[in-house]
Design a protein around this ligand. Structure first.
Ligand code: GUN
Length: 302
């Protein structure tokens, strides 16, 4: 039976350390780090995600604010707000919760956040820096997965990893972080990485997965990864979040992309949904916000 990767517990440990780091930073005469979250529209999932981020800020001693804008906000108005936040010395980190309404271009918005305040790591400069093994902000989910692997002592150097999914905010930066050089600034994982996606035929997907020592799946398809696709002892990280109706109880529940009950019988490690990657993503956002505050304080001193 696989060891369950306790993302919630690992995340709580990291948050305690971050809280102490924030206390030390502020006691040295620095301002309290501050995160501003922007939501455009009334998507209930976005409101829940941002609420969790704000609660995490409280937990680690970061101050925060949520700007709720109506769905009718124009791209120009949103860009103006981002510009104001970029110029405000009291704001360490800025995030615009995605998705934004259809009339707003997501890439234009991500690129408008100043790279030094881009705690989501979605700006083209930070993405480029990650791709080139340079110091910058790495998106929180890939950073959280790296922390989980490290915490559980999962070997990655020279091993086979499969990333299922090719989203620009999760799978792509994760694949970069997994294959890049551990000796460079991003302290990456040195794995041999295969990326599978919607056009990978199911037979090929199964074949690639069976070769993998580490599988990370971030697609949004419940039950995509089954027991027969797993090399015995492999580490399986599930990033999927799917709300489905439980056949037995008739109630809704959250599941990932992995058939958890089956796969845990052959895997060496497995992350659950909920309680696996999710809490780590929010914790790594806190990590990035503190790093942003530290870098900004250092650049003000010179
Ligand atoms: N929407 C879903 N996940 C995220 C995230 O990590 N950051 C932002 N800004 N929006 C999201």
């Amino acid at each position: 039976m696989a060891q369950i990767i306790d993302g919630k517990g690992i995340s709580a440990e990291i948050r305690l350390k971050l809280h102490q780091e924030v206390i030390d930073f502020v006691s040295s005469g620095n301002p309290v780090p501050h995160l501003t979250a922007v939501i455009v529209g009334e998507d209930p999932a976005s409101q829940t995600y941002v609420k969790n981020k704000i609660l995490a800020c409280k937990e680690v001693g970061i101050s925060s604010e949520t700007k709720l804008l109506p769905a009718s906000t124009t791209q120009e108005e949103l860009l103006q707000l981002i510009g104001q936040l970029n110029r405000d010395d009291c704001v360490s980190g800025v995030l615009v919760q995605l998705p934004v309404p259809d009339h707003i271009n997501e890439r234009t918005i991500c690129n408008a956040v100043a790279p030094e305040k881009d705690v989501d790591g979605f700006n083209e400069i930070n993405m480029g820096r990650l791709a080139l093994d340079m110091d910058g902000f790495v998106p929180a989910t890939p950073l959280g997965i790296k922390a989980l692997l490290e915490h559980c002592n999962i070997a990655t150097h020279g091993r086979n990893a499969v990333v299922v999914g090719r989203s620009k905010n999760v799978s792509l930066p994760l694949a970069i972080l997994m294959h890049s050089d551990g000796k460079n600034a991003t302290k990456a994982l040195d794995a041999t990485v295969t990326i599978c996606h919607r056009y990978t035929p199911p037979k090929e997907l199964a074949k690639h997965c069976r070769q993998a020592d580490i599988i990370v799946v971030a697609v949004g398809k419940p039950g995509l990864i089954t027991k027969d696709m797993i090399k015995p002892g492999a580490c399986v990280i599930d990033v999927g979040i799917n709300r489905i109706k439980d056949e037995k109880t008739g109630k809704h529940k959250l599941v990932g992309d992995v058939d958890f009950e089956e796969v845990r019988q052959v895997a060496g490690h497995i992350s659950p949904v909920p309680g696996g990657v999710g809490p780590m993503t929010v914790t790594m956002l806190m990590h990035n916000t503190l790093q942003a505050a530290k870098k900004q304080a250092a650049s003000r001193r010179v």
